[in-house]
Write a protein that binds this ligand. Structure first.
Ligand SMILES: Cc1ncc(COP(=O)(O)O)c(C=O)c1O
Length: 368
């Protein structure tokens, strides 16, 4: 059996049955039913945020967040992310402007943002990559000076906290993904965290075609509603999330200890946050490791370990972005280097000791 890079958290099936029975009994399977309301309330409490709107996936969450704030023109973002970050801009007719990443956090480097601002810039879309917190204070400082909006792609950042609480409170909006590969999943799903009731309401219209009531449509909204079955599964996940996060933390600590002595391999350190979620376990394969990154990746695959090169290629190297002036490799030296060195190792609740032993052994036993 191959070891995947991640596996969805699937609580025992029999625990899901009573939720489904409730959905069936209600006769309401979507459009903001009871499960949807209960999950929004449960997540607000669990995450410690005041306003949270569920959506059908993180990508539509990003699209809606941009529409919600009427973002246009140019948006400053990172090339070192999953494609959905930049795609959400193109779908809104916005030009992405790529800024290089910080070699320590692998998040957008705030010291390079100002140089990328033009009269067309309206917002910054940073990513809390791997669930490691961005330098939110510095990003906000710049946004305030230039009157820019900040939308965090927080797809990886479920449950991450800094000294002040959830990191999802930063910026104008934050967008979570609840895709099956994420720490907390609803198979497909996501949420937008917003600062007030009025914004929550507007997101509610936008995710339901812009419909306010039977005769009023206020915007060209889209269908981004989460179904009752997805929401019900989210409620079940909430019962198991603490244990899952504890298991992730244990696996991450184990990797760190066991890979510490392997020359040429560096574990990406946790970010500045107070509480991490260990959503990924990224390592960097340096020049003094006996194999190239791709050779190590192949070696792992040959032994049924399906590690992933997140994030390679860079978004800025893809055909729909590479013609942009900001996509030039000379503008993105750190991101280019990291994309050549990165491998994310398997991490998920249920990764057992034998699998961990095999992965560490495959990396540590390579001789020059
Ligand atoms: C950084 C990032 N942004 C956005 C998304 C899109 O989320 P979804 O798959 O829920 O649409 C993902 C993951 O899938 C992601 O990793």
């Amino acid at each position: 059996m191959p070891t995947p890079v991640t596996r969805p958290l699937l609580p025992p099936l029999e625990e899901f049955t009573p939720y489904l029975q409730e959905v069936w009994a209600s006769g309401m399977v979507t459009n903001g039913g009871l499960m949807h309301q209960r999950l929004e309330a449960g997540l607000r409490q669990h995450l410690g945020v005041e306003h949270l709107a569920l959506v059908s996936n993180g990508t539509l969450g990003l699209l809606n967040a941009l529409q919600c704030l009427r973002i246009t023109g140019e948006v400053i973002t990172t090339p070192y992310s999953f494609v959905a970050t930049a795609h959400s801009l193109l779908w809104n007719g916005i030009r992405p402007v790529f800024v290089d990443i910080d070699p320590a956090t692998l998040n957008i480097d705030p010291s390079r943002i100002e140089a990328a601002i033009t009269p067309q810039t309206t917002a910054i879309m940073p990513v809390h990559c791997y669930g490691n917190a961005c330098n939110t204070a510095e990003i906000q400082r710049i946004a305030d000076i230039y009157n820019l909006r900040v939308i965090y792609d927080a797809a990886h950042a479920f449950g991450v906290q800094d000294q002040g609480g959830s990191i999802l409170r930063h910026g104008d909006l934050s967008v979570l993904s609840f895709h099956a590969t994420k720490v907390f999943n609803t198979f497909e799903g996501g949420a937008i965290i917003c600062p007030d009731e009025a914004t929550y309401q507007r997101i509610g219209y936008l995710k339901n075609f812009g419909i306010v009531d039977e005769t009023t449509v206020i915007a060209p909204g889209i269908n981004a509603k989460m179904s009752e079955v997805n929401a019900a599964f989210g409620l079940l996940q909430l019962n198991h999330i603490e244990q899952a996060l504890a298991e992730r933390a244990r696996i991450a600590q184990d990797y760190r200890q066991r890979l510490a002595g392997v020359a040429g391999v560096r574990c990406v350190p946790p970010g500045p946050q107070r509480v991490s979620n260990n959503a990924y376990f990224p390592i960097l394969v340096d020049a003094d490791y006996p194999l190239t990154r791709d050779a190590l990746y192949q070696r792992l695959r040959e032994h049924d370990v399906h590690a992933r090169r997140y994030f390679y290629p860079l978004i800025s190297d893809l055909p729909m972005y590479r013609g942009l002036p900001s996509a030039a490799p000379s503008n993105l030296p750190v991101a280019c280097e990291i994309a050549q060195k990165i491998i994310c190792l398997p991490i998920f609740p249920g990764l057992d000791q034998d699998q961990m032993d095999a992965i560490v052994q495959l990396i540590a036993s390579v001789r020059a």
